[in-house]
Write a protein that binds this ligand. Structure first.
Ligand SMILES: Cc1ncc(COP(=O)(O)O)c(C=O)c1O
Length: 377
């Protein structure tokens, strides 16, 4: 049987990982500034993480959501403390798209309205509603077109108010920092306006922190720089360091009803063990602070390099935009310098390393990057 060929692949097979490094089957070592697409939070094969998953699977990997799973409550307690939302409720699923799908549904169940406001260049996933609020017509199939969505420019509160005034908007969904859109930051003032406007017009504010959350920005959630509290917050990626898991944080204004949401796999024992280990490691190793510190160092160093159009980001979510295509630079970083990086559009390199990246590893990346750009070490 062939694999359904939807991914353009690099001719590299990664078979092992440790900390911020991965290894291919020929034994080459790569510096991981990509984190497998912002997924690796506490580093590859962290011993605490490996132990937690191994011990859990030896006891019980899965049982259904029809019986008590106290690991879910342990996770909720630790997460509430870590992110500062302990009065919110937690709903667990398996991916980022599912998190947004459930958030959009919850909003609409809550206020009975239908239309959603999303932003230009947004990405929210590939399931039915999540893909429909994604600003990329190429990945929206005709069956997804039912949901009524209006895309607005980022950082324009007047455009948002003009739509909210019409009274039919159920929710506004926005990324803490746009990832696939090229590391575009909503301003703190815009976030505060969104909060006020959503309250005024009784629309639900959904913060997609799937890429920008879980410590990546140097705060637990990127929207915390603006000091706002959204109604729903979606998470995935770093939450379980690669074990598939997604989550929605739900404000107390939403009242749960039996059967309103549900999932077979969501919140299973193994996923919870992985996510609890992640929070323990983040806490012990102070990884949110580390992301802020190492990210600031990287951005300061990158801003000194000639030939770069703009460096944007917060913490370890960094976009390095060039005037021209970065295809060649990224390929040379990977094949000549053995550094994994991400991309956004054609001209922006995206850095999404594990949150445990050290200053030495960051300096090593800068050294290799300078080499690719033809600058002196
Ligand atoms: C901001 C954002 N939202 C949602 C998603 C979808 O997450 P998943 O691929 O886990 O469904 C992604 C994935 O890249 C994302 O970056």
């Amino acid at each position: 049987m062939k694999l359904f060929d939807v991914y353009p692949l690099f001719n590299i097979e990664i078979v092992q990982g440790k900390g911020c490094h991965v290894y291919d089957k020929e034994g080459n070592e790569y510096l991981d500034l990509y984190g497998g697409h912002a997924v690796i939070s506490v580093g590859h094969s962290h011993p605490t993480y490996v132990k937690a998953i191994s011990e859990q699977v030896a006891k019980l990997g899965f049982y259904s959501n029809s019986v008590i799973n106290s690991l879910q409550q342990t996770l909720a307690d630790k997460l509430g403390v870590a992110c500062g939302y302990d009065e919110y409720a937690l709903f667990l699923i398996n991916s980022g798209a599912e998190a947004n799908e459930n958030a959009l549904k919850l909003a609409s169940f809550h206020n009975g309205k239908r239309r959603v406001l999303a932003f230009k260049h947004s990405f929210h996933g590939r399931t039915s509603a999540a893909v429909r609020v994604t600003d990329n017509p190429k990945i929206i199939a005709p069956v997804n077109e039912g949901l009524d969505v209006t895309y607005l420019p980022l950082n324009d509160p007047y455009a948002v108010e003009a739509e909210l005034k019409k009274g039919d908007v159920s929710s506004v969904i926005i990324e803490g920092i746009q990832g696939i859109g090229g590391i575009q930051l909503p301003t703190d003032e815009f976030m505060r306006s969104l909060r006020e406007l959503c309250t005024k017009y009784e629309a639900v504010l959904i913060l997609d922190e799937i890429q920008s959350g879980y410590g990546r920005s140097g705060k637990f959630f990127a929207h915390q720089y603006a000091g706002i509290r959204p109604d729903l917050i979606t998470m995935a990626k770093g939450i379980a360091n690669g074990f598939p898991m997604g989550a929605v944080l739900i404000s107390p204004m939403f009242k749960p009803v039996y059967g309103m949401l549900g999932t077979t796999f969501g919140g299973n024992h193994l996923a919870c063990a992985a996510a609890i280990a992640v929070l323990n490691i983040m806490n012990e190793e102070n990884l949110v602070v580390n992301a802020g510190k190492v990210g600031a160092y990287l951005m300061e160093q990158l801003r000194q390099l000639p030939g770069i159009k703009e460096v944007r980001g917060r913490g370890l979510m960094i976009g390095v935009e060039f005037e021209e295509s970065i295809k060649e630079i990224r390929s040379r970083l990977l094949f000549d310098e053995k550094v994994f990086t991400g991309v956004a559009g054609t001209n922006t390199i995206r850095l999404l390393p594990p949150l445990c990246l050290t200053l030495d590893e960051a300096a090593e990346f800068i050294r290799r990057f300078r080499h690719v750009l033809g600058l002196k070490a």
